[in-house]
Design a protein around this ligand. Sequence first.
Ligand SMILES: [Zn+2]
Ligand SMILES: [Zn+2]
Length: 160
Amino acid sequence: MAASELDLEEPAEVDHIHDVAAARLRGTRQRYTSGRRALVRQLHDLHGPATISELQDGGSDSSTSSLYRNLAILEQCGVVHRVVAVDDTTRYELSEELSGHHHHLVCRNCGRVADLTLSDDVELALARAADQASRTSGFRVAAHNLEMVGTCEDCDPETA
Ligand SMILES: [Zn+2]
Ligand SMILES: [Zn+2]
């Protein structure tokens, strides 16, 4: 492969995410347009769910209407997941199939949401707790997602 071709390559993990996203879109007869591709890359690079205006500030050059449309289509085919936190603002992130299993830190003051990955030990304990809940209540637990609610760095007077 020539050096100039290598320059156009994205990291392997991003390639994989694009492959999954493209396959998901094909499954619903949608095209993986350059705008959708750029959006998926942008969401991958963030460390937590983003609002529409954060996506626009972050360099998404789509108009607001095409941004909403692209997000809706990506959500329909399971590439994007919608997160609604305490401030009722809708935020978007890649679905766990693409981003990996994680949890959220939610600021109760400004509503910001950050991703949180827990250790394998904690995940194992949660899986056991889910099993136990299933056995004792008859409720079949399919997934879990923790929200740790508190105050972010910017909103906490003690760290400001
Ligand atoms: Zn905050
Ligand atoms: Zn997340």
